[in-house]
Design a protein around this ligand. Structure first.
Ligand SMILES: [Fe+2]
Length: 208
């Protein structure tokens, strides 16, 4: 089985049932990544794997710190023992460090996952930012307008990630050693739209 097929199996198992719209989105992002094979050559498969996996941190069973790039990358590293560069792409996708700073998680992110090479990171941003939440192709301008329309005002600096604001105990919950990884967090939100602020999201992409 190819790396891409394995990545698709992982993403499907985590997203298809609980978050069907997110599953449609990542499939669209992966389709765009496949279309870059003529540019990326041998790196196209890695990019496609990162594209289909980049949002798995939204999966209810994976939420730990509540910041989806970090939760997804930690799962890939600790549970799937995935390729290091693949983990770095997921952890840092779409300028995640900017949003991590707002949640006081930038040091954790930088320590655990170095930024991916610029060319691959930019390619992943391109794929994500030209794909709608439903997996359709759209322009970057349309995507940014959609983000602005869907998300609320910026949170205060160092506010906890959205997921943990609704979870008693949140990140401070003890981990279940028998699970072999961070204890999954059960929560009612955020929904699969995410709960980021439009200002943060747009700043991430403006930084690109
Ligand atoms: Fe995305």
């Amino acid at each position: 089985m190819s790396h891409t097929a394995q990545a698709e199996d992982i993403a499907r198992s985590l997203l298809e049932e609980p978050l069907p719209r997110r599953w449609a989105h990542v499939q669209g992002v992966a389709d765009t990544a496949r279309g870059l094979s003529g540019v990326l050559g041998g790196k196209a498969e890695l990019l496609t794997a990162a594209a289909v996996l980049h949002d798995i941190g939204y999966a209810p069973g994976l939420r730990d710190c509540g910041f989806h790039p970090l939760d997804g990358a930690r799962y890939l590293r600790d549970v799937q023992h995935a390729d290091g560069l693949l983990c770095r792409l997921v952890a840092n996708h779409s300028c995640a460090i900017i949003e991590a700073e707002q949640y006081g998680l930038a040091a954790d992110l930088a320590r655990e996952f170095k930024p991916a090479p610029r060319g691959l990171a930019d390619a992943l941003i391109y794929c994500d930012m030209t794909t709608s939440p439903d997996g359709q192709r759209m322009t970057i301008e349309q995507r940014l307008a959609d983000i602005r329309a869907r998300y609320g005002p910026a949170p205060p600096r160092h506010q906890r990630p959205p997921a943990l604001r609704t979870v008693p105990g949140g990140r401070d919950q003890p981990r279940d050693p028998s699970a072999g990884r961070r204890r999954p967090v059960t929560l009612s939100g955020p929904d699969e739209q995410g709960a980021h602020s439009s200002e943060l999201m747009v700043r991430r992409y403006d930084a690109w």
